[in-house]
Design a protein around this ligand. Structure first.
Ligand code: 5GP
Length: 209
């Protein structure tokens, strides 16, 4: 029997959309799905572990990997470098696993261009007000960092149409179910070309949701 290579799923979201919790839930629900651990030059946050949350590397090491073509995609986010290991993803897919990339829209765009068969999903917060509340709720960040993240998040959200599906994270259980349905190829209501979905997202971005 020949092994079917796994599929690539790309998930992006602005900071504060609640993507990390959603992704954790989806990984728990689908044991066969593998999360790709990215490389980054940013400092680990409290509680983060090297090799589990990220591979934390120096700028020099990151630059060397980039020059060697070791990244499937890479981008700068909040002034730090992030990249997806090409070999890691290749090995997981070759072993028949579906692989989930949790990356920013710039990296997602690179993956979508190079692998048109990948399935891409954009996660949105329930409202602009809730986005701000969530960004403020992170006690670890300073006011300057919050203001910058809010501005960046607003800009990032403008890219939602480039993705195949969009999920509004207003209720964690429902958003998890939506995401699982998308991954299973069974969602008919989350497509970015769905008029109802598009209207809802437009309202949200205008601050009227
Ligand atoms: P954080 O530093 O808060 O963990 O992540 C900041 C942003 O970087 C998030 O939008 C996250 O999705 C993105 N990110 C994490 N890993 C990668 C990666 O490998 N490539 C790209 N392009 N973005 C990433």
């Amino acid at each position: 029997m020949t092994m079917q290579p796994g599929r690539l799923f790309v998930i992006s979201a602005p900071s504060g959309a609640g993507k990390t919790t959603l992704v954790r839930r989806v990984i728990e629900a689908r044991g066969d799905l593998k999360f790709s651990i990215s490389f980054t030059t940013r400092e680990p946050r409290v509680g983060e572990r090297d090799g589990a949350d990220y591979f934390f590397v120096s700028q020099q090491a990151f630059d060397r990997m980039r020059d060697d073509g070791a990244f499937l995609e890479h981008a700068q986010v909040f002034g730090k470098c992030y990249g997806t290991g090409r070999q890691q993803v290749h090995d997981l897919c070759a072993a028949g696993h579906d692989v989930l990339l949790e990356i920013d829209w710039q990296g997602a765009r690179q993956v979508m261009t190079n692998d048109p068969d990948c399935l891409s999903i954009f996660i949105l917060p329930p409202s602009m007000q809730e986005l701000e509340r969530r960004l403020r709720g992170r006690q670890t960040d300073s006011e300057t960092v919050i203001a910058r993240r809010l501005a960046e998040a607003t800009g990032d959200m403008g890219h939602w149409r480039e993705f195949d599906h969009v999920v509004v994270n207003d209720d964690l259980d429902r958003a998890t179910a939506d995401l699982l349905a998308i991954l299973a190829g069974q969602s008919t209501t989350t497509g970015t070309d769905d008029p109802g979905t598009a209207a809802r997202v437009t309202r949200l971005l205008a601050g009227s949701a």
